[in-house]
Design a protein around this ligand. Sequence first.
Ligand code: NAP
Length: 299
Amino acid sequence: MTNQRGAVPHNAPVTVVGLGPMGLALAEALLDRGHPTTVWNRTPAKADGVVTKGAHRVESVAEAVSASPVVIICLKDYETMYGVLGSAADVLPGRVLVNLNSGTPSEAITAAGWAAKNGVAYLDGAIMVPPPLVGHPDSAFLYSGSEEVFSEHRETLASMGAPRFLGADPGLAVLHNTALLGMMYATMNGFMHAAALVGSANVPAVEFADLAINWFMPTVVDSTLLAQAADLDAARYPGDLGTMQMNLNALEHIVRTCVEQGVHADQARHLASIAEQALDAGHRDENYLAVFEVFKKAS
Ligand SMILES: NC(=O)c1ccc[n+]([C@@H]2O[C@H](COP(=O)([O-])OP(=O)(O)OC[C@H]3O[C@@H](n4cnc5c(N)ncnc54)[C@H](OP(=O)(O)O)[C@@H]3O)[C@@H](O)[C@H]2O)c1
């Protein structure tokens, strides 16, 4: 099953175990790129759509695992994976499992240990796009664990999106996934709260979005996050252009404005309380990025 470079060819057979919205999207993307695709799901009828597109539905997990050298797992969580694969223990040795369900780093590390004990080559992964974007060449798929498995099956993984290997620690993919999701929720909340605040003066969100995004990208993303990321690594927070105390004043100003406008103020209060913790930790005269020192410790 390997080509001249030792990598698996791009139309290699693949099995997908788990056909929720994401598993279905993975199976469709694999079919679209010519992979003979075997599928199994607890509720078999969910495979109807992909079967009409050429997928081979099997009745047991053991048949599914036996059908292809690479088995993609896309179930609810790690516990579900152990439960589902329990009935296929005899046929697991020698297979490659690529687990794409979400979880915590310790769950991923435990799963890699479980795979090693069961004679299975294992790659842990995380999908960074919703189902409609699966199969797009720019869609980020993160992987960690066995670099050998990643390199050997890179072309197959590329049929689902843009594969990126993060390192030998199996927990790295889900750790990055969780960090990015946290950033996504914080950013979405920031935008929605700002839209609610200007909405209190009857400004439509679509009108505000144009101003907000065109301000946010150059001023916050480019000038602060990208330009000053090295300062985070160096713990360097010069306060010559603005101090933590000045930023706490700004956050308290947001809280007062929310109250005045009759808009939800908890998020702004929470941000202010984090800045207060930075002040209490001795960062009063440093810039706002010193909040990073607060985030590095458990609360
Ligand atoms: N959907 C997204 O936007 C998205 C994006 C990135 C990552 N993910 C991750 O991808 C994974 C799958 O997500 P999903 O959206 O497809 O839906 P999901 O609801 O997280 O998972 C559904 C799948 O898990 C199966 N399942 C649940 N409990 C089971 C059990 N006790 N025994 C056997 N199978 C069981 C379901 O089988 P039945 O069909 O029989 O119920 C179905 O195949 C999750 O870990 C999710 O976090 C999803």
